[in-house]
Design a protein around this ligand. Structure first.
Ligand code: PDD
Length: 288
């Protein structure tokens, strides 16, 4: 594959950064994972806004300019001859030692890989998820709003889930409230039919898919609540869903080893995935 690195396009094997880069040394780096569908990057503006928000929260100096990421992504699609991809925009603070506090030149990288969604049977069958003992980092330690490339918290959560035979691990925040999956946002449908999801104040990544799903659900006439809940709320859920750029809207049909609802995908999960996928083609990406 051909990747973007610091103003140029290079073969994957030649895409190298310095061992003095603070992304490598300290995980001092941010990223966005963004898909292209039928040759178009989807929800580009949302991803770009979140990237800038992450940069701001970490005090990255981007005043030297942001490369034209939309043009770069289109060029990567063209050069690699693919239409459906997952691209990763990575920005590090730049090279420098631990005690350096200013004067950095950020490192910009965009990688690309072909991407296909899971087969429909997997969406019908759903996945297993478990509550993990690893807590999501607190807002006052490493705010989960920052989409940092330091994914140790997420890696520990996912490892624990996989050890327990599940596809995803759901983390609580430091106060014991439901937060999010290792790499996904969490939703559930309660006994009254309300679609619920932890609010941003709990300390979660503001998922692009999460936001699209909230808007799509309201447009479909569903009541949606963003609030706080303990893990026991999932025990009586009719449906549990996970959302992410890669998974779209995937049902959890086994929660902590117990069957959820009918044990197959529920109708709200199916409807929300359809509505999300419709948005890939309605996105205003070309008009900007
Ligand atoms: N991450 N929460 C966390 C901790 C995540 O890492 C992700 C996804 C999400 C879902 O966000 P979005 O809908 O914007 O993809 C929630 C990316 C996709 C990744 O795993 O690389």
């Amino acid at each position: 594959m051909i990747f973007y690195l610091q103003g140029g396009y290079v073969p994957q094997e030649e895409a190298r950064v310095s061992v003095l880069d603070r992304g490598f040394l300290f995980g001092d780096s941010i990223y966005e994972a963004i898909r292209s569908v039928d040759g178009k990057p989807v929800f580009y503006r949302d991803h770009l806004a979140r990237l800038h928000h992450s940069a701001e929260l970490l005090g990255f100096d981007l005043t030297g300019g942001t490369p034209d990421l939309r043009a770069i992504m289109r060029e990567l699609l063209r050069r690699n001859g693919i239409e459906d991809s997952r691209m990763r925009i990575v920005v590090t603070r730049g090279t420098g030692g631990r005690d350096q506090i200013s004067g950095f030149t950020p490192t910009w990288v965009v990688t690309i890989e072909p991407f296909a969604t899971l087969p429909d049977e997997e969406y019908e069958r759903g996945v297993a998820a478990v509550l993990v003992s690893v807590a999501r980092t607190g807002v006052a330690s490493l705010n989960p709003e920052i989409k940092s490339s330091n994914l140790l918290n997420n890696i520990l959560a996912r490892q624990e889930a996989v050890r327990k035979g599940a596809a995803e691990g759901v983390m609580l925040n430091p106060d014991g409230l439901l937060a999010e999956g290792a790499y996904s946002n969490l939703f559930w449908v309660d006994a009254a039919g309300i679609l619920r999801t932890p609010s941003l104040e709990v300390g979660i990544l503001p998922g692009v898919t999460r936001q699209k799903v909230i808007v799509a659900a309201r447009a479909a006439g569903l009541a949606v609540a963003e609030d706080t809940a303990g893990p026991e709320a999932l025990e009586s859920a009719r449906e549990i869903l996970l959302t992410s750029t890669s998974w779209e809207v995937i049902p959890v049909t086994r929660w902590n080893g117990a069957v959820v609802g009918s044990g197959r995908r529920g109708e709200i999960a199916a409807m929300l995935r359809d509505r999300l996928r419709a948005l890939y083609h309605e996105d205003e990406e070309d008009d900007a």
